[in-house]
Design a protein around this ligand. Structure first.
Ligand code: PGA
Length: 252
């Protein structure tokens, strides 16, 4: 597959307007590193400002509500984040699955709302340490895919999958490249089973403690189409190391 690597920064609940200078610096670098597709998912409160001030990179949300609007205090709909400048949203991040009890069915409803609003989606899946210790990791991820992926018309063209082992997120532990390759192959097989030939072209990102030091190795692992990056996306300096590794990937 020859698609451009996709490097997405997930700022989580970090960032006030003082962080816009980081977004601008990331945007300037992305202008030079055109081989890489770069995106940022800041908190809701910064989507509009990042969209305005970092116009070359894609801006996305970290979540959305499945309804278009209504009596849902504190929630934000897909239509709203699109209106603020988001072109995609992350759904099903493990911090939301674990912290808010989000089910596969809810994640799927959110993904379908985002697609109906005209955005693309990054659907996150990943096993816990216990799942892996019990040898259930492929089953767990396959079930998450089956239950969370949207099946509305044209959905497959708007999906990216992010494989993020829960035990690798924010811990400094990354999966081995063999484990990543094995899981990405299993995800690919499931995508093809669900969507047919279109499933071959869906990008699969790896996430979990990706940084400038390990990015080159991870990004050259078979069927890794990019990275979803948390901690190391919070400064332009650390994020750029990953973007540069992605730019150099096809030259290696
Ligand atoms: P991390 O987070 O890079 O800080 O491990 C990744 C993620 O949760 O998307």
């Amino acid at each position: 597959m020859t698609t451009r690597p996709f490097i997405v920064g997930n700022w989580k609940m970090h960032g006030t307007r003082s962080m816009l200078s980081e977004a601008r610096a990331i945007d300037r670098a992305a202008e030079r590193l055109i081989k890489v597709e770069v995106a940022l998912a800041p908190p809701f409160t910064l989507i509009h400002a990042v969209h305005k001030e970092a116009g070359l990179i894609a801006v996305g949300a970290q979540d959305c509500h499945p309804a278009d609007g209504g009596a849902h205090t504190g929630d934000v709909s897909a239509i709203m984040v699109k209106d603020a400048g988001a072109s995609f949203t992350i759904v099903g991040h493990s911090e939301r699955r674990a912290g808010y009890g989000e089910t596969n069915a809810l994640v799927k409803a959110k993904a379908e709302a985002a697609i109906a609003a005209g955005m693309s989606v990054i659907v996150c899946v990943g096993e816990t340490e216990d799942d892996r210790a019990a040898g259930k990791h492929v089953d767990v991820v396959t079930r998450q895919l089956k239950g969370s992926l949207p099946d509305s018309d044209g959905a497959a063209e708007r999906i990216t999958v992010a494989y993020e082992p829960v035990w690798a997120i924010g811990t400094g532990n990354t999966a081995t490249t063999d484990d990543i390759a094995a899981m990405h192959a299993a995800i690919r097989a499931k995508l093809v089973a669900l969507y047919g030939e279109v499933g071959e072209a869906i990008r699969i990102l790896y996430g979990g403690s990706v940084n400038a030091g390990n990015a080159a190795e991870i990004l050259t692992t078979p069927d890794v189409g990019g990275a979803l990056v948390g901690g190391a996306s919070l400064t332009a300096e650390s994020f750029l190391g990953i973007i540069v590794a992605a730019a150099e990937r096809d030259e290696a």
